[in-house]
Design a protein. Structure first.
Lengths: 298, 205
């Protein structure tokens, strides 16, 4: 007798706490609090904070930050579940990791496909690009004055000592895409840790490295990013992905978010990343300064 | 196991063993004589043991960062990795050599002197044989950790089983991570067992 009572008691507690939890979630979702998410690396956290501060400033309401979500799928699930209302995502990542579509290299086609599929499958809208394309970037030392594009580099009489990271080496849209598109002549290809690549190039151990377009170090070192003029690499354009129901129900949200479109460049993002990783400054300060700097350009 | 991994496995395991054996040979050639020197030069003790301890605390990527620009010993590739592995292996060898010789019973040393042995004879015939199990224990610890640590060679283009691990992490491929981690662990276990056996032989003798 006593045993069943205890079990019934526990079951009651369990069910009621579950109910509380559920109503708690849906309650706050219906309410006014906006929730901005981001993945768990510097660039994402900085952008999440910039978006959050911008919305607080424009809409005069509290914005909850759910930054540092562990990875693409987690952020995506949180968005679909309504745990967050929006987060910044890369067009190439959405295409391959979320939609499981094959890789494409035309930026407009990728964004177009991602936009229509997200709207159809998830009721999530992709706003216009923030102006950043964080794909692979081939980088040379700054003293290569005449080189501007990868086509230029492929015509260089001297073969290149190439330094690449393991991800670039392994991916079909990395090293293989580079060699197939440009038939770049190489004297050696060294595979090593991404962070040490810059060091090795500064020291003349390699002449060209595969980096990411918004690496903070690019803004600080005397280096040059070569333009991918034949589109060997897929695009990773940064856009805000937001739930359509929230865009429609929160007055002014769509307009406020659209104000951030095109306000960034790869160069600007490199600097913002470097402020965090290289100078260890607080993200909130960096975000506030950035928003002030674009205030004048509106 | 996947065929694409098997092809690389032999080569990478070979590279790994070369890295470990070269680093251990150099570390022993430096560590044991220095350890002996420490028993005779009290002033050096704090500096050398301090240096070896500090080396242990430097993260490998940071150490590589320092080593890349240094001419002759630095750069990218195997040489830099071996230098780093030697620096990491030094402390257990140095300390155990020193402790092993210092803990030889003073009475034994006194009787060796009474028998008319020179200090060189005493070292070779009394102190080193009695300290051998302790010294070997240090070498054993250093070898096992070096086998694990050598996986970071892949961070600086030095090859070895770490290549599997770095590739696997970069492309979210668990099979590939295991293809690096499991053989490295097996080599470490084998080395530990083998050196343990030698150690027991020595302490019985």
């Amino acid at each position: 007798m006593g045993g069943t009572k205890i079990i019934a008691g526990i079951a009651f507690l369990f069910v009621s706490s579950l109910a509380l939890l559920l109503t708690g979630c849906s309650g706050s979702q219906a309410g006014g609090v906006l929730r901005v998410g981001s993945k768990n690396f510097t660039e994402q956290v900085v952008l999440g904070e910039i978006i959050a501060q911008h919305l607080e400033h424009r809409l005069h309401q509290k914005v909850e930050r759910k930054l540092n979500l562990g990875g693409t799928l987690l952020a995506h699930q949180a968005l679909l579940a309504g745990e967050i209302d929006l987060y910044p995502e890369y067009s190439g990542t959405a295409l391959v990791a979320v939609l499981k579509e094959p890789i494409q290299t035309d930026p407009a086609a990728v964004l177009g496909l991602v936009r229509s599929e997200y709207a159809r499958r998830f009721h999530v809208a992709w706003l216009d690009s923030l102006g950043i394309n964080n794909g692979f970037a081939m980088v040379v030392r700054g003293d290569n004055k005449k080189l501007e594009t990868l086509s230029n580099a492929a015509r260089n009489p001297k073969p290149w000592a190439l330094g690449v990271g393991y991800e670039f080496e392994q991916r079909v849209d990395g090293l293989r895409a580079l060699q197939n598109t440009y038939s770049l002549r190489t004297s050696s290809i060294k595979t090593m840790d991404l962070g040490l690549l810059y060091r090795a190039m500064e020291d003349g151990q390699v002449d060209m490295i595969a980096a990411n377009a918004t690496d903070g170090l690019l803004s600080k070192l005397d280096v040059k990013v070569l333009e991918d003029d034949k589109h060997a690499f897929p695009p990773y354009e940064l856009c805000i992905a937001a739930r359509e129901d929230r865009l429609n129900s929160v007055p002014g949200l769509r307009e406020a978010l659209a104000e951030l479109s095109g306000k960034f460049t790869d160069r600007k993002m490199q600097e913002l990343n470097y402020q965090v990783d290289g100078r260890h400054r607080p993200v909130a300060d960096i975000a506030a300064e950035f928003l002030q700097s674009i205030e004048g350009t509106k | 196991m996947r065929p694409d991994l098997v092809n690389d496995l032999v080569q990478l395991t070979g590279e790994h063993l070369v890295l470990v054996l070269s680093a251990m040979a150099v570390a022993m050639l430096i560590g044991v004589p220095l350890g002996i020197l420490l028993t005779r030069r009290t002033g050096l003790r704090r500096w050398l043991l301090g240096f070896a301890s500090v080396m242990q605390t430097i993260p490998s990527l940071a150490l590589f960062g320092f080593l890349i620009p240094i001419p002759f010993i630095g750069g990218i590739g195997k040489r830099t990795v071996i230098i780093a592995l030697v620096l990491y292996a030094l402390l257990p060898i140095l300390r155990n050599t020193f402790v092993g010789i210092m803990s030889v019973d003073a009475a034994v040393c006194e009787s060796a002197v009474a028998m008319g042995m020179t200090s060189g004879q005493m070292l070779r015939q009394v102190q080193l044989p009695l300290a051998a199990p302790t010294i070997l224990a240090g070498i054993r610890v250093a070898t096992v950790t070096t086998i694990g640590t050598a996986t970071i060679a892949a961070a600086i283009g030095g090859g070895g089983l770490g290549v599997f691990i770095f590739r696997g992490v970069a492309s979210v491929d668990t099979a590939q991570i295991l293809a690096g981690a499991v053989p490295a662990a097996l080599i470490a276990l084998a080395a530990d067992g083998g050196l343990g056996w030698v150690e027991r032989k020595l302490s019985r003798a």
